[in-house]
Design a protein around this ligand. Sequence first.
Ligand code: ZN
Length: 155
Amino acid sequence: MALSKLDQLYRQVILDHSKHPHHHGELTESQTYELKNPTCGDVIQLHLQLDDGEVKEARFTGEGCSISTASASMMCDAIIGHRIEEVEEMIHDFSSLVQGEDVDNEALGDAALLSGVAKFPARIKCATLSWKALEHLLEEEKSETCVCHYHKEEE
Ligand code: ZN
């Protein structure tokens, strides 16, 4: 497949996520974190249900541009059902990815398609908004719970 065709395909997937976002909506009995991107005007409220060191459910509400909405949709797809340590790795890898670094993390799924924003520095904050909200929320969670709980040798 020619690169331009591939680019078109990526664009289509991103567009689909922004028009029909997955996991959009409120979540009862969840922890919420709101974050704004003043550069673009994006606002996101991320809702997470965490249980036993795992992301049980994730949803988002708010208003944003197509990149921030698509990114939040892809992120929720990627993190649900994963352990917090894995999710932290995804946060790190996604952040490297949109800064133009080569990242090989299959767990990112569709979110990996956003690597193209590395060429548009003004959009990087749109793409990372939901991931930053996620990072903050997990940090809050950690400061409230005994961290050693997540470091049990289970696997
Ligand atoms: Zn934006």
